[in-house]
Write a protein that binds this ligand. Structure first.
Ligand SMILES: [Zn+2]
Length: 298
């Protein structure tokens, strides 16, 4: 049996970094077309939910580009609104996945309705080392506003995001201050940040979705020397596997596994992110069935 999910993959989308030549500010532009389409081929959501998921995916991708180690970044919103749980993840390899759980009946197009009374958790999970989590209340207006508020309270280096999604495409722009190197005067740094972010705020959602990164940067910063780096591919990819599903089963009491086997002849684990099914028969679960309550094998 295959160990990796069989997801049809189309062309990769791209994320592209840029740097200001005379200011300690970096930027990143991501535009997701195929990625969102691939994800929405697995799940059917209402247009408002698709748009929201698009913004979350764009944001997770932008934020993952700030990671300096192997691992992944997870955005998770819990709310009392029409979407109880929304998750988007991006790895340092720019592999993304996402889900809106319990959103079958969501019909609204309003952020404030979909994620009413929500909380946003931003988790950084290094491959090696301890995870880190920051939590912020979701703003009534948008994910970008919520993230801006999060960075305002938690980071010394300024970070701002602009996000757009039409439910089929998603895009985002990130600006982040870098430690003082080119410009040491605090006043000058503040002015440069103000300048770069004020101009970024003039972008419309359509421009962010439709303009090529070079055109977009020219539109915003034609008077500032900006260097655009090689684009990096972004793809929808689920990190589930036979082994991970088996690990999940190992957490169940052997008695429960026996009951499922007696009833169905096998145990099936379905990945909620990509719908991949992992099926285990009695033979494949032998060691788990023999494990005692402490998890050790007799
Ligand atoms: Zn999966």
């Amino acid at each position: 049996m295959n160990d990796t999910p069989d997801i049809p993959q189309t062309d990769a989308d791209q994320s592209q970094r840029f740097l200001f030549d005379d200011a300690d500010i970096r930027g990143e532009i991501v535009q997701l077309d195929h990625t969102l389409a691939d994800l929405l081929a697995v799940h059917q959501y209402a247009p408002g939910v698709s748009r929201l998921l698009g913004e979350f995916l764009a944001a997770a991708t932008l934020l993952s580009t700030t990671l300096k180690f192997e691992g992944r970044l997870v955005l998770q919103a819990r709310s009392e609104g029409e979407v109880p749980l929304l998750m988007a993840e991006c790895s340092d390899q720019l592999l993304v996945r996402g889900i809106a759980r319990g959103a079958q009946h969501a019909t609204s197009g309003e952020f404030s309705q979909l994620l009413a009374g929500g909380v946003l958790a931003i988790t950084i999970e290094p491959l090696r080392g301890k995870p880190y989590q920051g939590i912020v209340p979701l703003s009534e207006n948008s994910l970008a506003a919520s993230l801006d508020a999060y960075f305002e309270q938690s980071e010394q280096l300024q970070t701002r995001l602009w996000l757009a999604s039409d439910g089929e495409h998603a895009a985002g722009l990130l600006l982040q201050q870098l430690p003082a190197q080119l410009q040491r005067s605090a006043d000058q740094r503040a002015l440069q940040w103000q300048h770069a972010s004020t101009l970024a705020a003039t972008l419309s959602g359509d421009e962010l979705l439709q303009l090529a990164p070079e055109t977009l940067l020219h539109r915003l910063y034609h008077e500032d020397p900006v260097r655009l780096f090689e684009p990096r591919p972004v793809r929808f990819h689920c990190s589930c596997s036979m082994q991970r599903s088996r690990n999940a089963l190992a957490a169940l009491p052997p008695r429960e596994l026996e009951e499922i086997l007696a009833e169905q002849g096998h145990v099936e684990v379905d990945c909620e992110f990509c719908n991949q099914q992992y099926r285990f028969d009695r033979e494949g679960l032998q060691d788990l069935l023999q494990a005692g309550p402490s998890g050790t094998i007799h």
